[in-house]
Design a protein around this ligand. Structure first.
Ligand code: ZN
Length: 125
């Protein structure tokens, strides 16, 4: 008889005033959104706290710590191969030592003495 049933199931678009389905989210006439879409967004906790701990390693950019005794014994036993030079990262000098037998043994002996006088650890750059 009356149309209450239908009215209950409908609502009016707040934009264009047309009758639309009660559960409609978008108006079928003008297309505008009449309901806030409840998107179940997971709460994304954006943890932007900077975890980059600047651990200040006491290290001069290029200088590398070397163990005095490792270098010394490398020099003592393999100095004519420039082993201690390779250990210090000085490959060029190491190769030179190989071909010159530790700078004709002079570099070898001098390096042994120099290494003995160094602090432990010592730093090469
Ligand atoms: Zn509308």
């Amino acid at each position: 008889m009356d149309r209450n049933e239908e009215i209950r199931e409908t609502k009016f678009c707040k934009e264009c005033g047309e009758k639309i389905d009660r559960n409609a989210v978008f108006c079928t006439h003008c297309g505008c959104m009449v309901e806030n879409i409840q998107v179940q967004q997971p709460q994304i906790v954006i943890n932007n706290s900077n975890q980059n701990q600047n651990v200040n390693v006491p290290m001069a950019s290029a200088a590398k710590a070397r163990n005095k005794w490792v270098a010394f014994f490398l020099c003592l036993f393999l100095g004519y191969f420039g082993a201690h030079k390779f250990y210090e990262g000085k490959a060029g000098m190491g190769i030179l030592y190989i071909f010159t037998f530790g700078l004709f043994a002079i570099g070898w002996i001098v390096d042994c003495i120099v290494l003995l006088c160094k602090k432990n650890p010592y730093y090469v750059d």
